[in-house]
Design a protein around this ligand. Sequence first.
Ligand SMILES: *[C@@H]1O[C@H](CO)[C@@H](O)[C@H](O)[C@H]1NC(C)=O
Ligand SMILES: *[C@@H]1O[C@H](CO)[C@@H](O)[C@H](O)[C@H]1NC(C)=O
Ligand SMILES: *[C@@H]1O[C@H](CO)[C@@H](O)[C@H](O)[C@H]1NC(C)=O
Ligand SMILES: *[C@@H]1O[C@H](CO)[C@@H](O)[C@H](O)[C@H]1NC(C)=O
Ligand SMILES: *[C@@H]1O[C@H](CO)[C@@H](O)[C@H](O)[C@H]1NC(C)=O
Ligand SMILES: *[C@@H]1O[C@H](CO)[C@@H](O)[C@H](O)[C@H]1NC(C)=O
Ligand SMILES: *[C@@H]1O[C@H](CO)[C@@H](O)[C@H](O)[C@H]1NC(C)=O
Ligand SMILES: *[C@@H]1O[C@H](CO)[C@@H](O)[C@H](O)[C@H]1NC(C)=O
Length: 826
Amino acid sequence: MNTFNKATSLLLIISSLFYIQKMSLAMDTITTTQIIKDGDTIVSSGGSFELGFLSPGDSKNRYVGIWYKKITVKTAVWIANRQIPLKNISSGILKVVKPGILVLLNETNGIIWSTNTSVSVRNPVAQLLDSGNLVIKEASDNNPKNYVWQSFDYPTDTLLAGMKLGWNFVNHLEVYLSSWKNNDDPASGDFTYHCDPTGYPQDVLRKGGVKQYTTGPWTGLTFSGLPSLRTNQIFKFGLVMNKNEVYFHYDLLNSSIISRVTLNQSGVAQRLTWSDQAQSWVVYFTAPSDNCDLYYNLCGAYGVCSMALCKCLNKFVPKDRESWDRGDWSSGCVRRTSLDCEKGDNVFLKYSGIKLPDAEHSWYNQSVMNLEECKMLCLKNCSCTAYTNINASAGGHTCLLWFGDLVDIKELSAREQDIYIRMSSSELDSRGSKRKILIVSLSLVMGIALVGLSLMVCAQKRRKIRLLRRSQGEQRLGIANNHEDESQKKELELPLFDLYTISKATDNFSNNKKIGEGGFGPVYKGQLEGGQEIAVKRLSRTSLQGIDEFKNEVICVAKLQHRNLVKLLGCCIQGQEYLLIYEYMPNKSLDLILFNPAKSTFLDWPRRFHIINGIARGLLYLHEDSRLRIIHRDLKASNVLLDSDMNPKISDFGLARSFGGNETGANTSRVVGTYGYMSPEYAVDGVFSVKSDVFSFGVLVLEIVSGKRNRGFSHRDHDLNLLGHAWMLHKEGRALELVDSYGGKSSYLSQVLRSIHICLLCVQQYPEDRPSMSSVVFMLANEGVLPQAKKPGFFTERDVLESRTSGGTSTPSSTNEMSITLLEAR
Ligand SMILES: *[C@@H]1O[C@H](CO)[C@@H](O)[C@H](O)[C@H]1NC(C)=O
Ligand SMILES: *[C@@H]1O[C@H](CO)[C@@H](O)[C@H](O)[C@H]1NC(C)=O
Ligand SMILES: *[C@@H]1O[C@H](CO)[C@@H](O)[C@H](O)[C@H]1NC(C)=O
Ligand SMILES: *[C@@H]1O[C@H](CO)[C@@H](O)[C@H](O)[C@H]1NC(C)=O
Ligand SMILES: *[C@@H]1O[C@H](CO)[C@@H](O)[C@H](O)[C@H]1NC(C)=O
Ligand SMILES: *[C@@H]1O[C@H](CO)[C@@H](O)[C@H](O)[C@H]1NC(C)=O
Ligand SMILES: *[C@@H]1O[C@H](CO)[C@@H](O)[C@H](O)[C@H]1NC(C)=O
Ligand SMILES: *[C@@H]1O[C@H](CO)[C@@H](O)[C@H](O)[C@H]1NC(C)=O
């Protein structure tokens, strides 16, 4: 026996001894006749949680805590003696004493920590329930109402399913989370997370007792400021409100999922879900969730935060124009037409797509009330500034009124809960007057242009702009998702086009010039004075969420130069207009040719192979060769444009995320993409990486080879999608049956088969099995033997539809492809 073997067998013996010792204590209850020493544990009946002594992080101190039993990474969900650690290893003793107290003693029998009770029981026991709740109760009494004490009433930084975050007015107990000091010290840190029932219930994050962030009031299915919480497959959140208690709670939809909410040391409440595959916790959701959330009431009263920049609500103006323009938004906004409530000169105007104001100064009446009744209630009292009618989960409608200024508003990406704000009645017919203003300003622009043609020429010349004007704003914004160094961050230089120029080039955005509808608005064809043809993407004003994507796209695309990427010529940001100007692609997008039987015959195999190769190189450049690492996230046939020589160019980086350094992936709170092209890990878990693009590329290759769409594909013999169909044919050696009518010539057959094989490698279920784009480019260009492909992800179309419901954004049977944005809880 060599030393290694000796060591292992010794280890085995020791660990089996340990096991036996553990086994003897593998129960869920501590009675008054037992003690728990350092090293002993108790385990809940279902084996989910374990209680014992632990040392978090690198700490040498000992704590009594509860952790997950079933996972490999020891994760404490509760700490008993978080403020006072045991200094000495294996010196602590935990026991239950009458009249119903659990105490932790040190080696000199000093009390380190204990529970307290106002009632006494005859035969107290401490029991660790499978929910992770440690309860003290009369041994024979299992009624939760009669628990003497429970750890769920005194959480540390973790909210488990079944806990009540909120207030019990009967025993004046508040259950809230408080962060750890650091990874090694579970003592209470700076941050606390509460359910605040002062007005209408909402969650509030405080730092040192000062409000840092609010979720916005509960609107029946989610918090107003966290609309994405509503659609998820993991948990169901709820609010319970009665005269005795107000609390939020959640239940896991599938008890085999391991998921928790914690307040981490930087003050981020996050939902983490255990991934068996990754053997780690995956962040599923965070609050604060975006840059606006990082600053409580950043924009002052009636100000709206949008990407950490402020604007006033419609029909409001900055209260102090000078400081507002400096970027000090704290003074907020005021009605542009002031209001004389006493005279009855007022109306309520509807505002949509915003997070409801901080509900601290709100009042509600829970009796069922319709919108009109709610309005009458608000109208009665001049200090009532706004009202809304919340569809409370009980089914009835709760009327919610705000008193005083409305603060902490932010822009949302969808309509969500409307709010009605008291305004001067002269604002009612303002739609007409707004148009007048627009016409006046347009004619002003024209006038200026006519007076000085030279001005126009100047404007058409390349001017440098700073996209993000305010330096503070820029700092805070950190340019969306770029993790770049300061030098890259400092300025975005991009040719600027004048709105007038573009408007002229596109016949004032006439419908005849419209050549498509992109993810965030229409695309127009235009012609500049010099004759150059351009494509203009116009951010649709109805889709507020586009601004995010717009800025992202500008920043990304401006930095990228590659033969297989569409070239951005410049942009235009003027007033409400956000435009992108691209080189025009005469052959439009690939899907228009590929899926059109009349046109697709034009695409013979060499052309198709040329397109496949071009897309692969473009993607490789994005993933590996560009200075930034870009993940496209929405690669599909309609995002591949063809120039006059049928060279493919990848377009639409609106959804791209850029990464500096060696980050290769991330989690996203918004799953954006197109069904049929989305990889399983992205569509289901929101985890994206370069390998998600590889998946989409594989789907695209298959579509190019077969001339059929993956989504909407149907076959009379089975209900597999195109991927499943290809996989089946490939396994049976019949892959050539996939090939569109072009492929008769036998000289290309091996290349066609090879492309199908590479495609199947790209769409394998697990990201780690898929090749990188550099391997793909290599495999396309060379002859060597290819690895075996494993089963593809999303075999059938139903896979993806079953894994999530998308709130009506998709119609399963439709072959009509559209970029969709799923708001995803995380
Ligand atoms: C830890 O225990 C040892 C021996 O049991 C004792 O000598 C020492 O003083 C203890 N340390 C503390 C900090 O209590
Ligand atoms: C045990 O705890 C008591 C009470 O907290 C304390 O006074 C005493 O110093 C502790 N003993 C040791 C050895 O740490
Ligand atoms: C138990 O202790 C906590 C914290 O020290 C205190 O807030 C609570 O009122 C006590 N409860 C009883 C029943 O004594
Ligand atoms: C719960 O999740 C497990 C593992 O993810 C899965 O096998 C099971 O089918 C799920 N159960 C339900 C009811 O969804
Ligand atoms: C807290 O969570 C956020 C979001 O997941 C993360 O960015 C941050 O690094 C975390 N802080 C610590 C100290 O772990
Ligand atoms: C709530 O509204 C109902 C119906 O309008 C009314 O009868 C009741 O008095 C109101 N409750 C309060 C507390 O104002
Ligand atoms: C209006 O509402 C405020 C705040 O709730 C209250 O203090 C005031 O008494 C009310 N005034 C009238 C006339 O009801
Ligand atoms: C109110 O919410 C319930 C579910 O809580 C839903 O079924 C109902 O359609 C909603 N009603 C309205 C008018 O939104």
